[in-house]
Design a protein around this ligand. Structure first.
Ligand SMILES: [Zn+2]
Length: 364
């Protein structure tokens, strides 16, 4: 990302200890090892307090992955992830169901104020016209409803994913916590810097199971079993889920084009990050997903680097050999870089958030 230079965050430990970051148990031990004191402070804080974190990063930069992992590691019961995109997609179901639709319209009649008429909004939702941008006023009214409905037994800290999404929404976000009655809770911006080339390969090599919809990646996140398709001369991942009975994972239509179709969106997201960088008066957490290859050993432990997988088929034995090496990609400035696994990025988030909340100086 030109003009934006997030500092590298050091996650390399003084005493080397190897962890398997794809294994749930080993991953939890990793977090305790790398950020134990900070996790403890955050848990203590979350018993009586909450925060709001706005996630800002390019489409497919891992916003959901990072915040869900944060919740899993720190405190599932007190941290929630709220996706505006998921909320908007849920409108599809609501519009199809007469009674839900009635309730939805009733709510909006009472709570929506804005320039576009409610009739026009409902009409465009019914036509499922994705072109129609839903007005910010509507998104805000519904986000408020959703967040208060999730409150349940108590208020939670929330990671907001997908808002702000447009330039005008950056200013709205400054008042968002007042709007959802979180006025006295600290809010922070979490900005994520991921090279476009990383997103491109994540999309291009992504495959999904047609039965259970699990998403994997032929190059970056394979399943345990791989098969060779002799006719098409290509390798297929077999879904790990035993109930899928060896289902072959497939590429979703359009994914083979990588970031081609979403280039404009990515540029806009970049612009939003740049604008948010200049925001004053609230803390900013900067997460960087990559590290230059030549600095990797100084800043990270080897197992924190995303590996790249490739396969070889042996004609004679019919066996498939899986090869693994550190994945290398050019970042947005053209510097050859390694991409980080999600856990070290979450360690960086945990440590920076502890500081942003002012917990680093306190003794536990
Ligand atoms: Zn499956």
């Amino acid at each position: 990302m030109k003009d934006i230079n997030f500092p590298l965050f050091k996650t390399k430990s003084d005493v080397y200890r190897k962890f398997d970051l794809t294994d749930v148990k080993s991953r939890q031990e990793y977090f305790e090892y790398k950020a134990g004191p900070e996790i403890k402070k955050l848990r203590e804080f979350l018993k009586d307090n909450t925060f709001i974190a706005y996630l800002l990063g390019k489409k497919s930069s891992g916003k959901g992955t990072y915040s869900k992992m944060f919740a899993e590691v720190v405190d599932k019961d007190h941290v929630a992830h709220f996706s505006v995109g998921d909320m908007v997609r849920s409108f599809d179901e609501i519009i199809k169901d007469e009674s839900k639709k009635k309730e939805f319209v009733e709510f909006l009649k009472k709570n929506y104020r804005g320039f576009i008429s409610l009739e026009d909004i409902i009409k465009s939702l019914e036509n499922r016209s994705t072109k129609t941008l839903l007005p910010t006023e509507l998104i805000l009214a519904l986000a408020k409803k959703e967040i208060s409905a999730r409150g349940g037994e108590g208020r939670k800290a929330i990671f907001i994913d997908g808002f702000p999404r447009d330039f005008d929404q950056i200013s709205y976000s400054l008042f968002f916590r007042d709007l959802i009655n979180y006025r006295d809770d600290p809010d922070v911006f979490v900005l994520i810097d991921v090279p476009s080339s990383v997103i491109d390969e994540r999309v291009k090599f992504r495959v999904i199971c047609p039965v259970c919809n699990t998403s994997r990646n032929l190059k970056l996140l394979p399943t345990k079993k791989v098969e060779y398709n002799k006719e098409e001369k290509k390798f297929d991942l077999i879904c790990d889920n035993s109930s899928c009975q060896g289902s072959k994972m497939v590429t979703k239509e359009g994914d083979e084009q990588g970031i081609g179709p979403i280039k404009e969106r990515l540029e806009k997201d970049e612009g939003l990050i740049k604008q948010a960088m200049n925001l004053q008066g609230l803390p900013k957490i900067l997460l960087k997903n990559c590290v230059p290859v030549e600095k990797a050993s100084e800043y990270t432990d080897d197992y924190e680097i995303t590996p790249e997988f490739s396969y070889e088929y042996d004609e004679k034995t019919g066996e498939i050999k899986t090869l693994e090496k550190p994945w290398e990609v050019a970042d947005d400035e053209g510097v050859l870089s390694n991409s980080l696994m999600p856990p070290p990025v979450v360690v960086s988030l945990i440590k920076q958030l502890t500081k942003a909340l002012g917990l680093d100086a306190e003794s536990v």
